[in-house]
Design a protein around this ligand. Structure first.
Ligand SMILES: Nc1ncnc2c1ncn2[C@@H]1O[C@H](COP(=O)(O)OP(=O)(O)OP(=O)(O)O)[C@@H](O)[C@H]1O
Ligand SMILES: [Mg+2]
Length: 382
């Protein structure tokens, strides 16, 4: 995390912000509140249509807010014009001036701010170094690759040292290799500049690798905000669990007194249950890499949750096997198994699946979340 993150007097504060586009009934952004610390790398992650671009556009000032307010470094900017907010913006399309050289594209915001010529030249050279485009200063954008053009756009957005850099799927138009490379460049720029970055993507890997924190958007609302590992290991809703990485889900009813999730005749141990969940419908979510497979149920250590399953397929994916599972009630799932150790069962054979209850989360269904086809009945040790 960036050392400047804890400067509490500065940062961006989104307070109960909503957007209802004219002619639409449903808010595109629905009462979103979020504090973004100065220097933080914050990512808005969510499926198509969840409101990410609308939220970013309201921050930038391109779209007006219907309700709520936005503060930057303690000042309400909700009604300010975009160029008065002092924010850098990069979108998926590069939007460079085609008739201006790389250097003149980057110089443009400084000329608008009436910086002295000699200072502009120095600042442009320094910023082109930052994005490794020094040798390309005199080229026209049309003579650059997509990745290089996007780096020019990044340089142009940060050259005047805005309070924050807003990026909407800036890598979306690039192929996978370039994307990976620019991801690393953006991470490095963030470290070197110490500036607040707000990054929009629907790519979970991008979000997990780049961010200090991720806000997961769903239907105009934020379902959960947290550090990547926190969201991955401790999802609070089914939507977050399923949107971020692969997960197995076992549906049941929470029995707080017994400390278990009852799935038909089966009880899954569930430590530290939220009292509000008592008797609620819940889903035990477990990541594939947390499941262990045993040929013999007697091998399962006490204290672990266990279920019987049939192996449906085994897929070799290089560094591990991906094992498809069907549980007794018809629920399907996935476990990973190290390539170095023998598989306890082959497709069509029975296996016992176990996991440490500490590695599971009990979640309730999020709005619009696809619910795993889980079981009315999971027989005990089926
Ligand atoms: N100008 C507009 N007028 C009316 N509705 C709009 C407008 N722009 C967006 N919407 C609607 O608002 C909702 C949120 O759209 P938004 O573009 O913010 O989603 P997004 O999360 O950025 O999606 P994507 O990942 O596809 O870019 C969608 O239902 C969309 O159809
Ligand atoms: Mg968008």
């Amino acid at each position: 995390m960036n050392p400047t993150v804890n400067d509490s007097s500065r940062g961006i504060r989104i307070k109960g912000v909503s957007k209802v586009y004219s002619g639409t009934a449903r808010p595109a952004v629905d009462a979103v509140s979020l504090d973004i610390a100065h220097g933080e790398f914050m990512t808005f992650l969510g499926p198509s249509g969840s409101g990410k671009t609308t939220m970013l556009s309201m921050l930038a000032g391109f779209v007006s807010v219907s309700a709520g307010s936005i503060e930057i470094d303690g000042r309400d900017v909700s009604r300010l014009k975009p160029h008065k907010r002092d924010l850098g913006v990069v979108f998926q399309q590069y939007a460079l001036f085609p008739h201006l050289s790389v250097a003149r594209n980057v110089a443009f915001p400084l000329q608008q701010r009436r910086m002295r010529k000699a200072d502009i030249a120095a600042k442009v050279a320094e910023t082109l170094e930052l994005v490794h485009l020094g040798p390309y200063a005199d080229r026209l954008p049309g003579h650059l690759s997509g990745g290089q053009q996007q780096r020019v756009a990044l340089a142009r957005a940060v050259v005047y040292q805005p309070r924050a850099l807003l990026m909407d799927e800036p890598l979306g138009a690039l192929d996978k290799r370039l994307r990976d490379r620019l991801q690393r460049e953006i991470a490095r720029m963030h470290r070197e500049l110490g500036m607040t970055f707000i990054f929009v993507t629907h790519d979970q890997h991008e979000a997990l690798t780049l961010s200090d924190r991720i806000a997961v958007f769903n239907e105009g609302r934020i379902e959960q905000v947290g550090a990547p590992a926190e969201l991955y290991e401790r999802p609070e809703t089914l939507f977050v669990a399923q949107f971020l990485g692969e997960s197995n889900g076992f549906r049941g009813t929470v029995d707080k007194a017994a400390g278990v999730l009852r799935c038909g005749a089966h009880a899954l141990r569930a430590p530290r249950l939220d009292p509000r969940l008592d008797r609620a419908e819940g889903v035990a979510v477990v990541r594939p890499e947390r499941l262990s497979l045993h040929g013999d149920a007697a091998d399962v250590a006490s204290g672990r949750n266990r279920l019987g399953a049939t192996v449906t397929e085994v897929v070799y994916v290089g560094d591990r096997h991906q094992v498809g599972l069907r549980f007794a009630d018809g629920t399907t799932g996935t476990a990973t198994h190290p390539v170095g150790s023998p598989l306890p069962a082959m497709p069509g054979e029975c296996v016992t699946v176990s996991w440490d209850p500490e590695h599971q989360s009990i979640v309730t269904g999020g709005a619009g979340a696809p619910v795993p086809p889980v079981a009315a009945e999971i027989p005990a040790d089926a």
